[in-house]
Design a protein around this ligand. Structure first.
Ligand code: BG6
Length: 503
């Protein structure tokens, strides 16, 4: 008998009618990510005709000014988006002021009446995190945390960072949950919207050959690299309050790691996948702050050269303190204490101003038990590796040994490469586009559940605590290099080395 998923597959090609409200509508995230994603959906015919958008922010804009920004966000100049934009509205006001939300309520009622949005609402918190709770509570006070007349749903999409440590994340959750039920909260991690991150699931669970070797018996070590060549750009002020551990490791790295190392879910649906991710995160060993110091390296970039152009150091960036202690690089050694992974070191690193933008997962397999060829002739042979390249040039490479032609039996490492671009010509939707579509359609699979956020904070909290001590071990590296030298030592201690990504 064929197994049938108890959950209906997603069949809708357009989400239901709804009014979407963006808080932080005049901000950078709205202009760079949210509006382009919405216009992309509209132009692909994946937005309901009865969709409208309401922007809320402190900047004193008129409806027309907001519409102009929305129009400019669509590089393709698509007709569908241009038509929709005419109905967009803007509410200027403080998030702490009741009158902002009184006005929003009126505008929502008008949208239901004029655009037929049917009482359904999707709120998007694209503000600074300190006002998340304020906005959620104000929506409840105004009664707009419930659907309007005839509506089916109200959902709240929340950007990261979700808290700044476990205690603040729990507090934020308690506040958000006074206004919204957990099933209404969609916490975004845009890495989950990336096709190649989802492809980890396809590779593992749609193929029979990988799963049998996906464990401590075959895998010797796992490495995850999230490298960026950009610096903090114009986000110095925000970055000073975050640092690489909060900005990338607590969310993107933990999500990628969980999907790569979790047990097979019973069904590929939201709750089963998220249950397995949480189980995996709970198996990650949590060190005491004292132990954490030895298992981690934090760094900060100094001036250097990227792509042949000189770049300034982190402390010279706008809105960054001249003596900033914020890390722009992190490397950690983690252990996953369960039957599948016990004893397999998991090395993760992320940094800004590294030589290239590359995100990859490497599974390194055990060496052969005995090499029956004369040693000197096989000196180029490295262990088998499976490299899952998330970006750029998305794809998968398998590294293995092959005989070099000639009389002597010389073996060298070669690579068998699968490239998405060459094999599958549809690049799919951008991460934000996909996630917005899912939030509108009510599919939470690619959003983070509260217990995942909490566990990820439990894992990183000891490092934050250790680094908050005076002299918290900050190491410098030149922009354009692979991070502080001491990060090499973190691996050398166990006879390992970072894999140099194929660029
Ligand atoms: C964001 C971080 O979440 O991810 C940024 O806040 C970072 O600092 C970005 O640059 C990286 O995303 P991507 O998709 O370019 O890898």
């Amino acid at each position: 008998m064929t197994n049938v998923s108890p959950v209906a597959p997603r069949v809708a090609t357009t989400p239901p009618p709804l009014a979407m409200v963006i808080f932080g509508a005049s901000g950078d995230l709205t202009a760079r990510k949210i509006l382009p994603a919405l216009s992309d959906l509209a132009n692909r015919g994946r937005l309901n005709e009865r969709f409208t958008l309401i922007g809320v922010a402190r900047t004193e804009w008129s409806d027309e000014e907001f519409q102009d920004v929305a129009r400019k966000a669509d590089a393709s100049g698509g007709a569908t988006w241009a038509r929709l934009v005419e109905s967009f509205r803007y509410v200027a006001g403080e998030y702490a002021a009741t009158k902002t939300f009184d006005r929003l309520k009126e505008v929502l009622a008008e949208a239901d009446k004029n655009q037929g949005t049917g009482g359904n609402r999707l709120y998007y918190l694209a503000t600074i995190p300190s006002v998340f709770a304020l906005v959620a509570e104000a929506l409840a006070k105004e009664g707009v945390n419930r659907p309007g007349e005839g509506g089916d749903f109200v959902r709240l999409v929340v950007e990261k960072p979700y808290g700044r440590d476990l205690a603040s994340a729990l507090e934020l959750d308690a506040q958000v949950h006074t206004a919204f039920d957990e099933s209404q909260v969609f916490r975004i991690d845009h890495y989950l919207g990336k096709e190649t991150v989802q492809n980890v699931l396809a590779l593992r669970f749609a193929n029979a050959i990988f799963e049998p070797i996906w464990n401590r018996r075959y895998v010797e070590q796992v490495q995850i690299t999230v490298a960026e060549s950009i610096g903090v750009e114009h986000r110095g002020g925000f970055y000073e309050t975050a640092g690489a551990l909060r900005d990338i490791v607590q969310n993107h790295v933990m999500q990628v790691l969980a999907l790569t190392m979790m047990e097979p879910p019973t069904w590929m649906d939201a709750e089963h996948i998220r249950d397995e991710k949480v189980k995996l995160l709970r198996a990650i060993d949590i060190p005491s702050p004292d132990e954490a110091v030895d298992k981690a390296v934090r760094g900060q970039y100094q001036a250097g050269v990227i792509d042949a152009a000189p770049v300034v150091g982190y402390r010279e960036e706008d809105d960054v303190a001249g003596d900033s202690q914020t890390e722009t690089y992190v490397a950690l050694r983690l252990n996953v204490d369960n039957w599948r992974w016990a004893g397999v070191p998991v090395y993760v690193r992320t940094g800004k101003r590294l030589p290239a933008r590359v995100t990859e997962i490497t599974m390194r397999f055990h060496e052969v038990p005995f090499l029956a060829f004369e040693g000197t002739l096989s000196r180029d042979l490295r262990p088998n590796m499976l490299v899952l390249r998330i970006q750029p040039h998305e794809g998968i490479s398998l590294k293995f040994g092959a005989k070099v032609p000639g009389e002597a039996f010389r073996v060298q490492s070669v690579s068998m490469d699968f490239g998405y671009e060459q094999a599958i010509h549809d690049t799919g939707m951008d991460g934000y586009t996909r996630l917005l579509f899912d939030a509108m359609s009510g599919d939470p699979t690619l959003f983070i559940r509260t217990d995942e956020v909490e566990q990820a904070w439990r894992i990183v909290d000891p490092y934050l605590e250790a680094w908050a001590q005076p002299g918290g071990g900050l190491h410098f590296y030149n922009a354009g290099t692979w991070g502080p030298h001491i990060a090499e030592l973190l691996l050398q201690r166990s006879g390992d080395a970072w894999r140099e990504p194929d660029l």
